[in-house]
Ligand binder design. Structure first.
Ligand code: ADP
Ligand code: MG
Length: 295
């Protein structure tokens, strides 16, 4: 993966009147289809989806159902075969030019010649923040992802999990209007993952960014989201959308609620309906629920 595909810093918003942008949906996807020329795989069909500003939406579905492809189309990193994507009332392409996206991939995409601190500062540099403000923000982010003391290290001196935390800190540093996250916590241990889930929600609450989050963990999707989009196996379609009506803010206590378990079952039901129930079987919590249900 090249550096060009890494976290994109936000920009001063560009096209259209302020009024039009305020009333615009955060993301509107219409009639979307994707067939890759190479291999002829149809990855996505009939995708219709509208996200409201400030939503936290997770995409969940079996491996290969097109989650990453959909995220990349929203981020203007992959061209759709048919259909349109608008972000804040602009084309996805314009939104990318305006730096409206923060992107976190499965694997951290960092610049090896820059220190950890200067990787995190990169989007802020591009936005023209002065040095003092940049460094203050960088230190805040480093603390948040528990990497204080590593600011002057280079990415290649860190473990994979630590690198991913740098990439998350960088994507969150400028509070982008739209944050696209592709299984960002997949490689982290369970405790770090739960802590970063909490931190992500806290930051999201403070910024009102819209988040599109790809995960293969049903529990993670339900814990984090305002809505969970369940996809069918390839070619990916939207099998159903579950409103996650758990109270905010989500805390450890959320995981103990009956409603939380009910919503997890509902997501599982939709996955089963689509024939895509091969996700997250390694997740302890899921394994327990499977045992409970006698599946
Ligand atoms: P997911 O993220 O849900 O696991 P992907 O979006 O990565 O799924 O892939 C969906 C399907 O599209 C898979 O069959 C994959 O092999 C195919 N695919 C993804 N990217 C490409 C590409 N660049 N060229 C050809 N086929 C691709
Ligand atoms: Mg993927």
């Amino acid at each position: 993966m090249s550096g060009a595909g890494s976290t994109e810093p936000a920009g001063v918003s560009g096209v259209g009147s302020t009024e039009a942008q305020e009333s615009a949906a955060a993301v509107t996807i219409s009639g979307l289809e994707k067939t890759f020329a190479k291999g002829g795989t149809t990855a996505l069909v009939d995708i219709e989806l509208e996200l409201r500003p400030g939503e936290f939406v997770s995409l969940i579905g079996p491996s290969g159902c097109g989650k990453s492809t959909l995220l990349r189309i929203i981020g203007d990193l992959v061209e759709p075969t048919r259909g349109t994507v608008h972000v804040g009332g602009k084309t996805a392409h314009q939104a990318r030019l305006d730096r409206d996206y923060g992107i976190v991939f499965q694997d951290a995409v960092l610049y090896d010649w820059r220190t950890v601190g200067r990787n995190i500062e990169l989007p802020l540099e591009m936005l023209g923040w002065d040095r003092k403000r940049r460094q203050e923000r960088m230190r805040e982010m480093v603390e948040l992802v528990e990497l204080s003391g590593f600011e002057k290290n280079h990415p290649w001196q860190l473990s994979g999990g630590m690198q991913q935390r740098v990439s998350i800190a960088r994507a969150l540093s400028f509070s982008p209007p739209l944050l696209l996250m592709d299984e960002p916590f997949g490689a982290l241990d369970e405790m770090t993952r739960e802590r970063l889930n909490g931190e992500l929600l806290r930051i999201w609450d403070g910024t009102a960014s819209t988040i599109v989050f790809v995960t293969h963990s049903i529990a993670e999707a339900v814990f984090l989201s305002t809505r969970v989009v369940v996809m069918s196996p390839r070619p990916g379609r939207i099998q159903g959308i579950v409103d996650i009506d758990l109270p905010q803010p989500r805390t450890q206590a959320t995981r103990e609620q009956t409603r939380y378990a009910e919503l997890i079952r509902e997501v599982r039901r939709l996955l089963r309906l689509g024939g895509g129930l091969d996700v997250a079987e390694d997740h302890v919590e899921q394994t327990l629920i499977v045992a409970e249900e006698g599946l």
